[in-house]
Design a protein around this ligand. Structure first.
Ligand code: C2O
Ligand code: CU
Length: 475
């Protein structure tokens, strides 16, 4: 028996200087360090206290993405931490074993703050998962990988553009940072690795796979383990989504984990290149832009967009020893809560849209149900101890990862079709492709607050900042 005491984490938000490239300095934001923050390790049943102080020059927040907790502890835009100020959040860890993450959720500033490094990972362990025969040794055979594309200027500084097309497409870059490192190499000392992937990018969607096409097992989704290991050769993650995979490196051969950037634009391209295995074909590449004029195209504003299909190396793995034996996976991983739409007391609709032309340029185009985020407006009020269906519809021409605070939900269907096996686990972020209606089953429990809301929003951070976000209370 382990004792479930209170665990205290002291987190200091600060400006720093990072050395991503030899001889160059990059001004960044970090937590207790120059870029990103420490991985916070906790156990289901713990009570945690987060003491957050800020030495930043602007208002920030720290949101515990994926956590079921009281609204006052959520770290959303209603829990600002002023420069020189502090904030304490105390909550019980009521999660299953999974990897979560924390990041800035400052009002209209999440994009630039996360981009500069205001994020970190959270491991939650539980006794059931620790009893499984899976790699569990942090940093040895259980490796977190925060994947973030970034754009750099020649002097090494980060480039964050607020041009219209960077807001529309979200901010993308041509350089991959993995745990804040360019081109990391991992010397593996065991024959099996557990990789915990979080797409911590502002906007880019990826398909992950290995350079030799080897298959592996996906064992977890955003908020927990799958019922059983799922053999596959690729995993798609939108911003905010996580996955846990087990890869066998017992053959002793070096192997690289790759990430292909995915096209997320265009009605005609719905889901194409995002579902099936293997690299996307060049003929799928968009040849035109439905929004930009000829002049903007000449001016190079299209750069980031035509660039979506870029291939990145995430991790070069160098196994130390060859044992040449296949390792059996556990047959069962977890017992997932039953999913029964008949439990739902009501259905709410959420229509995501981006607007067009002048409306978008004035900043009023990024909406949910026709409304842009308003801190003073509560959009939905939910009753505690109820189950609901949320139907999320995408009326725009671009895929959006829809994230809901406070809950781990289940995906009922996409346009009436059952979700893929990879989406049958616990989720807090779900991609909604153009023209799609995705139905989610959510259960609201434990915490109520008549005044303080939770957020739901697009996890493309530039869309969130531009207003594709709403607020709900649980009462
Ligand atoms: Cu990962 Cu509302 O955020
Ligand atoms: Cu979006």
């Amino acid at each position: 028996e382990r004792d479930s005491g209170e665990r205290v984490f002291d987190l200091n938000l600060r400006h720093g200087v990072s050395h991503f490239f030899d001889g160059l300095e990059t001004p960044t934001i970090g937590i207790n360090q120059s870029y990103l923050g420490p991985t916070l390790e906790m156990h289901a049943g713990d009570t945690v206290r987060m003491n957050v102080t800020s030495d930043l020059s602007e208002t920030a927040t720290v949101h515990w993405h994926g956590f079921h907790l009281p609204a006052r502890a959520d770290g959303g835009p209603h829990q600002p931490i002023e420069p020189g100020g502090s904030w304490t959040a105390r909550f019980d860890v009521r999660q299953r074993a999974a990897m979560f993450w924390y990041h800035s959720h400052a009002h209209r500033r999440s994009g630039p703050q996360v981009y500069q490094g205001l994020a970190g990972m959270i491991y939650v362990r539980d006794s059931a998962s620790e009893a499984l025969d899976l790699p569990n040794d942090y940093g040895i055979d259980d490796i977190p990988l925060v994947v973030q594309d970034r754009a750099f200027a020649r002097d090494g500084s980060l480039v964050y553009s607020t041009r219209m097309h960077n807001i529309m497409m979200g901010m993308m870059g041509d350089t991959m940072l993995v745990n804040g490192v360019v081109e990391p190499v991992f010397e593996a000392k065991s024959d099996r690795l557990r990789l915990r992937l979080v797409n911590g990018s502002n906007a880019r969607f990826y398909r992950f796979g290995f350079d030799d096409g080897r298959s592996f097992h996906q064992i977890g989704t955003d908020g927990g383990l799958l019922a059983a290991p799922l053999p596959t050769d690729n995993v798609v993650l939108a911003p905010g989504e996580r996955a846990q995979v087990i890869v066998d490196v017992s053959d002793g051969r070096p192997v690289s984990l790759l990430a292909d950037g995915l096209e997320i634009m265009g009605m005609g391209n719905r889901g194409r290149g995002m579902r099936g295995p293997g690299p996307t074909r060049d003929s799928d590449r968009p040849t035109d832009n439905w929004m930009m004029g000829e002049r903007e195209r000449r001016d190079g504003m299209m750069g980031g967009m035509m660039d979506e299909r870029r291939r990145f190396t995430v991790l070069d793995i160098r196994p130390a020893a060859s044992r040449r034996r296949a390792i059996a996976m556990p047959r069962q991983l977890a017992t997932l809560p039953q999913i029964d739409p008949g439990d739902a007391v009501r259905t709410r609709r959420f229509v995501l849209d981006m607007g067009m032309g002048m409306r978008m340029m004035r900043g009023g185009g990024f909406t949910i149900n026709g409304k842009s985020m308003d801190m003073q407006r509560i959009d939905e009020t939910v009753r505690v101890d109820t189950t609901e269906i949320w139907q999320v519809e995408n009326a725009s021409m671009m895929a959006h990862p829809f994230h809901i605070h406070d809950v781990q939900f289940r995906i009922l269907d996409r346009n009436g079709r059952a979700p893929d096996a990879t989406e049958q686990g616990l989720k807090d972020t779900v991609v909604v492709y153009p023209g799609e209606a995705v139905r989610l089953l959510l259960r609201f429990e434990d915490y109520t607050d008549p005044d303080l809301p939770y957020m739901y929003h697009c996890h493309i951070l530039e869309h969130e900042d531009a207003g594709m976000m709403g607020q709900f209370t649980v009462t």
